[in-house]
Design a protein around this ligand. Structure first.
Ligand SMILES: Cc1ncc(COP(=O)(O)O)c(C=O)c1O
Length: 450
């Protein structure tokens, strides 16, 4: 985006450039070999290469230390390099990190998931949230014999073709048509297999009823990445009831919310259950992982070989590997054993940060709002947004500039603008971050952008 940078913006950029020469050189060197950052949506306001990380902080290759709100896009609920996870991985490394052949750790992690979510009667492991939601859709089709999958506008379910649909902004709010995200996704997926539903809208229930004969599953994030809200419990509960009434499976995508909103994830936080659940992110203390869990009857096709007409195909060389399992067992055991202290504190601190920032915006009449559900945050530069259909009219120039200022003030939020706190963010860190947000908002205002 071409932003007309004001005096403050120019100062912030100059400061960042002076602080980060080694990162800049690495960025230049990488350009011909790596076409994009690992995930282009995570691009930093200024290129930054991380050398080490500890707790709530990351240190770059130039030796600058920042307060991190990226938190690995969610996995680091316990902060960077939690000792319990590191020790467990060291111990496992001394034994084996073999692949494919059975290991003695998967069972333990599956037990912990079942403790967190009683509906997780069976679990299958994979390596990412993307794989988990892909398998969730497949198993739902296999179980129901129906083809279509419904997702909500504004939810994200990973990077596979079936997850890359959203509402066409030109279509009616109450009956959106699907639009694919980016190039390269076959039109047939959009037209023949997906149904996009309006989020937090009663019209979604009518659409489910109308399409029930062809709908295998309705997928939803307990908390949307795009507008995290803590008041959606009644909507999620009614959605579950409508799915049940219609004979459509209900899949809660807990990839972000699992082990973050509470040990029992979004299901516990919103008091809702599901037929299928997908996990990832925090499940393995920062190691790559995904998992699909579900009720025994729904997961039954996984017990058959894929040669069987009812069997479902799964693959994955690295799936369920012992090193990842060891990290997950350590992280989840710690979270379970300290759930009564970890989650109230994490959620309370998060609410306090939102109150600091939103109080400042109200006091100064700044058109921005920090949304959060527990420690999941997304800031919007327009007030009163409830769903992604309200984005029009957001002040994107101010938004882009804000994160440059925030970084120059020592706090990192990645380009996706979805961010997280962790158990390692101290009350003092929250104060520092709150102050940095307010100062960065004032910088943007001083440049006349907001
Ligand atoms: C709700 C949700 N589901 C699935 C995914 C995909 O997970 P992964 O990035 O591990 O493939 C994400 C990633 O952010 C997510 O937020």
């Amino acid at each position: 985006m071409n932003v007309d940078v004001g005096t403050r913006g120019a100062e912030a950029r100059r400061k960042l450039a002076e602080m980060t020469p080694t990162s800049a050189a690495m960025n230049e060197k990488s350009a011909d070999l790596l076409p994009v950052e690992i995930v282009p949506t995570f691009e930093m306001p200024s290129p930054l290469y991380i050398h080490s990380a500890e707790g709530a902080h990351v240190t770059d290759v130039d030796g600058n230390t920042f307060l991190d709100l990226t938190m690995g896009a969610g996995p680091h609920v316990l902060g960077h390099r939690p000792k319990v996870v590191e020790d467990a991985m060291h111990e496992q490394l001394g034994r084996t990190w073999h692949l494919v052949l059975k290991n003695d750790r998967q069972h333990e992690l599956a037990e912990l998931i079942r403790e967190a979510a009683p509906g997780a009667e069976k679990t299958v492991f994979c390596n990412s949230g993307t794989e988990a939601t892909m398998y969730g859709m497949r198993i739902a089709r296999a179980h129901t014999g129906k083809n279509r999958v419904a997702v909500f506008d504004g939810c994200y379910h990973g990077a596979h073709d079936y997850a890359l649909v959203k509402a066409d902004p030109a279509s009616p709010r109450s009956e959106p048509t699907a639009k694919v995200l980016g190039n390269g996704v076959p039109d047939t997926i959009r037209d023949d297999t997906m149904l996009v539903l309006p989020y937090d809208d009663l019209a979604a229930f009518d659409l489910i009823r109308r399409h029930k004969a062809e709908l295998a599953v309705v997928m939803v994030q307990p908390v949307q990445n795009s507008v995290p809200r803590a008041d959606v419990g009644p909507f999620l509960q009614e959605l579950r009831d409508v799915c049940r009434e219609c004979g459509v499976l209900y899949l809660l995508d807990e990839v972000v919310t699992g082990f973050r909103l509470g040990f029992g994830g979004g299901m516990e936080y919103f008091d809702v259950d599901a037929d299928l659940m997908t996990w990832g992110k925090a499940l393995a203390g920062g190691m790559p992982i995904g998992a699909l869990s579900g009720k025994s009857d729904v997961m039954a096709p996984l017990g058959k070989t894929w040669g069987d007409p009812e069997g479902v195909f799964l693959g994955g060389t690295f799936s369920g590997n012992p090193l990842t399992m060891a990290a997950g067992i350590a992280a989840l055991t710690h979270m379970r054993d300290h759930r009564d202290t970890i989650y109230p504190k994490l959620n309370e601190q998060a609410d306090r940060l939102a109150a600091i920032v939103n109080g400042f915006c109200e006091e100064r009449q700044i058109g921005a709002e920090l949304h959060n559900a527990g420690s999941i945050f997304h800031m919007h530069f327009k007030r009163g947004i409830r769903t992604s259909r309200d984005f029009e009219g957001s002040n994107h120039e101010a938004e882009q500039e804000f994160y440059v200022h925030l970084m120059a003030r020592g706090v990192i939020v990645p380009g996706i603008h979805l961010f997280f706190t962790s158990t390692e963010h101290t009350p003092e860190d929250i104060d520092t971050i709150g102050q940095a947000f307010c100062d960065a908002l004032q910088d943007v205002r001083d440049d006349g952008l907001i």
